[in-house]
Design a protein around this ligand. Structure first.
Ligand code: EPZ
Length: 435
């Protein structure tokens, strides 16, 4: 497996440009199935997950023009649906692909999707997605390893989500856009990615109101058309680079960020004593001065502290003197990074969904494994301040969600190189071994 070799680096300095949001673009790509015409999507990050979603859409009948390398642009048109059963091999690579179920059901009246597996952070059930489809009038059949939804016509309804699930909100919203009548989603997820998806669908001629609040109304329309849309910046990549500045005691300008989308991260960094300034050029994170204090984090659905930032903020807290606590309320198993950080010398104890960090210990480099993309990012950040070298293995997790990860960190002064199995004749500095 490819790995990152991270060497203790000085304070990160300079500026970084945030890419388009992975968690916004994936459902937007799925939403292109709702119409026959061409959709132009801009500011798309070049990521492994985007490639997988493209492959799935093409198997369903979409024509995809991929100009990600040239200008971070995708053009997707699905004149007709060729298949309503994407292959297991592709869907199993990325559980987020489950959001094609709603648009397929709306456009073709049928979808048969392999059940998305769980993953390191939790069982990742889909009961709320299916509850929504059934409420809209779809017939649901769950078989061994797959789930099928069928409906000649979907009818507007009111759906209450027992948990404000991001994916379920997105899937039900897309299934409802051409239903007969109006659908109300109560206790809906309020994440910025939901708002971006609703904006995209409204540009297609949809009638969605209330996205970003806990009550979303979708008025069914006859037909949708193509559109052009710019994806919002990635708020978790934004937070990742803010914390990279903080953990290395650096000074970094995070450009193309939307401060409103990272309010909890800004608030918590300021609580620790890190300077965060919203300037015209971007978010300036200056951690070069002062002694920082510990703090407590509790992850919550948006607008609370994002679960995707939990492991990354924990890495920073291991370097801050004093006791901090982290409570993870969104996923049932999102402390897989704790044992890896402990291998680097961090003092962390966990009890169910709560972790206690005694910060200030010196971290030392070790061989560690990324268990999910955010845990992988957290381990790289820890490696930047740990003595000697840290080898972060299974970095494909990280490359699923961060565009140009190594280049962006290197440009800020980080000592990080990628070592792939086929380049193991390179030395740790990423240079060919001297003969
Ligand atoms: C989205 O996952 C994100 N992924 C996740 O980001 C993010 O951590 C998560 O939302 C929470 O913010 C994408 O957008 C592609 P959920 P999703 O449905 O939609 C329970 C990353 O690092 N639940 O809001 O799968 C579930 O078990 C990824 O980029 C049900 O019980 O998250 C979990 O405990 C990781 N039944 C909670 O809701 C359901 O039917 C939150 O899940 C669905 C979910």
């Amino acid at each position: 497996m490819a790995k990152f070799i991270v060497q203790k680096s000085g304070p990160l300095m300079g500026e970084v440009e945030i890419s388009g949001s992975k968690n916004a673009v994936l459902p937007i790509m799925a939403a292109t199935l709702l119409c026959e015409e061409e959709c132009n999507i801009m500011d798309v990050p070049k990521l492994r997950d985007v490639d997988v979603m493209n492959q799935i859409l093409m198997r369903i009948g979409a024509k995809v023009t991929d100009e990600l390398e040239q200008e971070n642009k995708l053009t997707i048109a699905t004149p007709e649906i060729a298949a309503t059963e994407p292959p297991y091999g592709l869907v199993s690579k990325m559980r987020a692909s489950f959001v094609i179920m709603g648009p397929l059901l709306a456009r073709a009246g049928r979808a048969r999707i392999p059940l998305p597996g769980g993953c390191a952070i939790g069982a990742r059930p889909i009961d709320l997605h299916l509850k929504g489809f059934a409420a809209l009038g779809a017939k649901i059949v769950e078989g061994s390893g797959f789930v099928e939804a069928q409906a000649d016509k979907l009818h507007g309804t009111t759906v209450y989500l027992d948990f404000p699930s991001v994916g379920a909100t997105e899937n039900i919203m897309m299934a409802a856009v051409m239903a007969e009548g109006t659908t109300t989603i109560e206790n809906a997820a309020e994440e910025p990615e939901i708002v971006d998806l609703a904006n995209f669908i409204n540009k297609m001629g949809g009638r969605i109101k209330g996205a970003g609040t806990d009550t979303i109304k979708i008025e069914g329309v006859e037909k949708l058309h193509g559109c052009t849309h710019h994806v919002i910046p990635d708020r978790i990549e934004t937070g990742t680079f803010m914390l990279a500045a903080a953990i290395t005691r650096g000074n970094v300008l995070v450009k193309n960020a939307l401060p409103d989308h990272v309010k909890p991260v800004i608030a918590k960094l300021r609580e620790c004593g890190v300077s965060v300034e919203d300037t015209l050029e971007g978010l300036r994170v200056d951690a070069t001065k002062g002694k920082f204090t510990s703090t407590d984090i509790k992850t919550m659905p948006y607008p609370g502290f994002p679960t995707d930032m939990q492991s990354i903020f924990m890495a920073f807290l291991t370097t801050v003197e004093g006791k901090s606590t982290v409570i993870e309320t969104v996923f049932e198993n999102r402390f897989m990074h704790v044992s890896e950080l402990a291998r680097m010398g961090a003092n962390i104890t966990t009890n169910d969904r709560s972790a206690t960090i005694i910060g200030g210990q010196k971290l030392t480099g070790a061989q560690v494994v990324a268990t999910d993309l955010r845990a992988g990012a957290a381990l790289v950040l820890a490696g930047l301040v740990a003595e000697n070298f840290t080898e972060v293995d299974e970095v494909y997790h990280i490359e699923r969600g961060y565009e140009h990860f190594v280049d962006k960190f290197s440009a800020l002064g980080a000592n990080i190189v990628k070592e792939s199995p086929d380049t193991n004749n390179y030395n740790k500095y990423g240079k060919p071994d001297e003969k």
